[in-house]
Ligand binder design. Structure first.
Ligand SMILES: Cc1cc2nc3c(=O)[nH]c(=O)nc-3n(C[C@H](O)[C@H](O)[C@H](O)COP(=O)(O)OP(=O)(O)OC[C@H]3O[C@@H](n4cnc5c(N)ncnc54)[C@H](O)[C@@H]3O)c2cc1C
Length: 311
């Protein structure tokens, strides 16, 4: 198999990867970045980003990512199409296989492969993507001020998202499949004590409806085989909060991850347990999952790479 030696390999082209490439490029590290199956990352799937600093009027997601790419290229980052399909991090230089056909031997690796939100798998989730369906309350909640929204999920994240949205929306339905919440007691209390949140236990969302965006959700209330009731609930926004899948599978044999698959790093840094291997952005962040926090950790990872190579 063809091999190539590089000083700094960046895997992923979201805000974390591109920011790492900007910093690594300006530090003369000749970074090579593989963009993966979603060049530009998650933000390319959204229309309006209003909370990335520096854009008082907001900016389109694809446009923002295009700017970041150009900025990285301006400083010499070698941005390539291709997916990391295997990893051997047993010793340095670390070996990353691209598209099953080429091996990159890298002295340092920045893993910036992101995390993918889980959806219920309804066709309507795709149909109404960006038109009332969201997997990020922090990102999109502001668009639903004084409107009615539903959050799907029964864990801590769902309760957190519902509580956050209750500060903006006029009404929040929490759609829970089970007859109880899985969330911690504190989070449950926060939900139950909030007069704007109504918990719909033993409910399944089975579809969405609306002319030019979500206008409601088709629900099935189920209390056993014989007791099923279908009805429609008018809502303006449908928020998924049933978890994320960090894109860390190929690295798991070599790095520590939590039970969900998020790569564990030294607190406050992108350092993994392997010297010269760093994890930046959503792949290592179950808490914030924002473009700006991903970009910030990409910056930290590139600075770590520079210091590691100097030492
Ligand atoms: C619809 C939507 C709207 C959002 N709106 C906002 C918002 O308004 N404001 C905000 O701050 N955040 C928003 N977010 C969240 C934000 O997009 C993420 O927090 C951010 O993109 C994370 O950046 P990242 O660089 O860690 O990873 P990602 O953006 O997820 O990028 C991951 C990259 O890794 C690549 N990759 C994955 N696996 C491989 C592999 N094996 N080999 C090579 N490459 C690989 C992918 O192709 C992709 O380029 C939104 C998210 C979504 C889905």
């Amino acid at each position: 198999m063809e091999t190539e030696q590089v000083k700094c390999l960046i895997i992923g082209s979201g805000p974390a990867g591109y920011t790492a490439a900007i910093y690594a490029g300006r530090a003369n590290l000749s970074p090579v970045l593989y963009a993966g199956l979603q060049p530009g990352g998650q933000l390319t799937t959204t229309t309006e980003v209003e909370n990335f600093p520096g854009y008082p009027a907001g900016i389109g997601g694809p446009e923002l990512m295009e700017d970041l790419r150009k900025q990285a290229e301006r400083f010499g980052a070698d941005i390539r199409y291709g997916e990391a399909t295997a990893a051997d991090l047993s010793s340095s230089p670390y070996k990353i296989t691209i598209d099953n056909e080429k091996v990159i031997e890298a002295r340092t690796v920045i893993i910036a492969t992101g995390a993918t939100a889980k959806y219920l798998g309804l066709d309507d989730e795709k149909k109404y993507a960006g038109m009332g369906v969201s997997a990020c309350a922090t990102c999109d909640g502001f668009f639903y001020r004084k409107k009615v929204v539903a959050v799907v999920g029964g864990g801590d994240t769902a309760c957190e998202e519902a509580s956050y949205l209750a500060g903006l929306a006029s009404k929040v339905y929490l759609i829970v499949r089970k007859p109880y919440l899985r969330a911690s007691k504190v989070m449950q209390q926060r939900v139950f004590n909030n007069p704007k949140i109504e918990v719909l236990f033993e409910h399944n969302a089975v579809g969405l409806y609306g002319e030019n965006g979500v206008e409601g959700v088709h629900l099935v209330k189920r209390r056993g085989e014989a007791d099923e009731q279908s009805y429609d609930l008018p809502i303006d926004g449908f928020f998924l909060a049933i978890g994320h899948k960090p894109n860390s599978d190929i690295f798991k044999p070599w790095l520590e991850t939590d039970e969900v698959g998020y790569i564990l790093t030294e607190p406050g840094t992108p350092r993994t347990k392997l010297p010269g291997v760093f994890a930046a952005g959503d792949v290592a962040d179950p808490h914030y999952r924002q473009a700006i926090t991903a970009a910030a950790s990409g910056c930290k990872a590139a600075i770590e790479v520079e210091r590691y190579l100097l030492s």
